[in-house]
Design a binder for this molecule. Structure first.
Ligand SMILES: NC(=O)c1ccc[n+]([C@@H]2O[C@H](COP(=O)([O-])OP(=O)(O)OC[C@H]3O[C@@H](n4cnc5c(N)ncnc54)[C@H](O)[C@@H]3O)[C@@H](O)[C@H]2O)c1
Length: 252
């Protein structure tokens, strides 16, 4: 690795597994000090210890990202300990898919609280700290579902489309403070969360309509996150990047 994030401090939510874990690993390998936040302390600590075993510097944080205090505490702890925060990746969400008639108030509340409210709280907590040290990069993990009419994903698609809207608005508001806000829209990525929610027939259908001929890996998203985190994207803000093997643009 080339030390692209040497001297930077990052916070990644939902970092115990899947895409968040891959992003945390990539940032750490590129020299960043990485705060790894997940729901349960033991999972956050185990993941942070595993990433640190390769010689990287990590800190574990635990809590529900739907609670503003979880993000405020993690950001404050990183600033107190390292004097700055350069990168925030808002990645965690609680997800359930299902048809319209199965939507319950609890599902709606939990998905919007973890997938949308948390992104707002993340920006609100991180941006002032980033601004104090000259700026930073906020990366919101949305989804290709924001652009697609996927059955059984009404809440999820709406939450992720909302994340793209707030990403653009936040980018314009925070640009003068040199805080960039961008989003990544992954397509089908083979993570633990997907394996639970996606049946084999649906996975096969998605593969068939992916021009690049494979489903994605968490590392594919980590590569895009590294680009948005670092200096190579320094004149990009309010943008969203599809990382989907071409599937969203395909009419196959
Ligand atoms: N995997 C895909 O195919 C795919 C596609 C498009 C978008 N995404 C998005 O990427 C992100 C990560 O997806 P993934 O597949 O890696 O998920 P995952 O389910 O494998 O991992 C999510 C992690 O977030 C944590 N988490 C869940 N709720 C939390 C909460 N309330 N507070 C703190 N931590 C919490 C979980 O414990 C878990 O470690 C999500 O925003 C998802 O919508 C994923």
């Amino acid at each position: 690795m080339s030390g692209q994030l040497e001297g930077k401090v990052a916070l990644v939510t939902g970092a115990a597994q899947g895409i968040g874990r891959a992003i945390a690993e990539r940032f750490a390998a590129e020299g960043a000090i990485v705060g790894m936040l997940d729901l349960k302390p033991e999972r956050a600590q185990a993941a942070a210890a595993e990433v640190a075993a390769g010689g990287a510097r990590t800190l574990a944080f635990a809590g529900n990202v739907a609670d503003r205090a979880t993000l405020a505490d993690a950001v404050a702890a990183l600033e107190a300990r390292h004097g700055r925060l350069d990168v925030l990746v808002s990645n965690a969400i609680w997800v359930r898919y299902g048809p319209l008639e199965g939507i319950t108030p609890d599902m709606l509340r939990r998905m919007t609280a973890t997938g949308f409210d948390s992104v707002v709280w993340g920006i609100q907590c991180a941006a002032p700290v980033m601004a104090r040290s000259g700026g930073g990069s906020i990366i919101n993990i949305a989804s290709a579902a924001a652009f697609l009419g996927m059955p059984n994903a009404m809440i999820y698609a709406g939450v992720k489309a909302g994340v793209l809207g707030l990403t653009r608005a936040a980018a314009v508001e925070l640009g003068p403070q040199r805080v960039r806000v961008n989003a990544i829209c992954p397509g089908s990525i083979q993570t633990e969360g997907v394996r639970i929610n996606l049946d084999a027939a649906t996975a096969a259908k998605r593969l068939a309509r992916t021009p690049l001929g494979r489903l994605g890996e968490a590392d594919d998203v980590a590569s895009a996150a590294l680009f948005l985190a670092g200096a190579q994207s320094s004149w990009m803000t309010g943008e969203s990047i599809l990382v989907d093997g071409g599937a969203t643009h395909a009419v196959l």
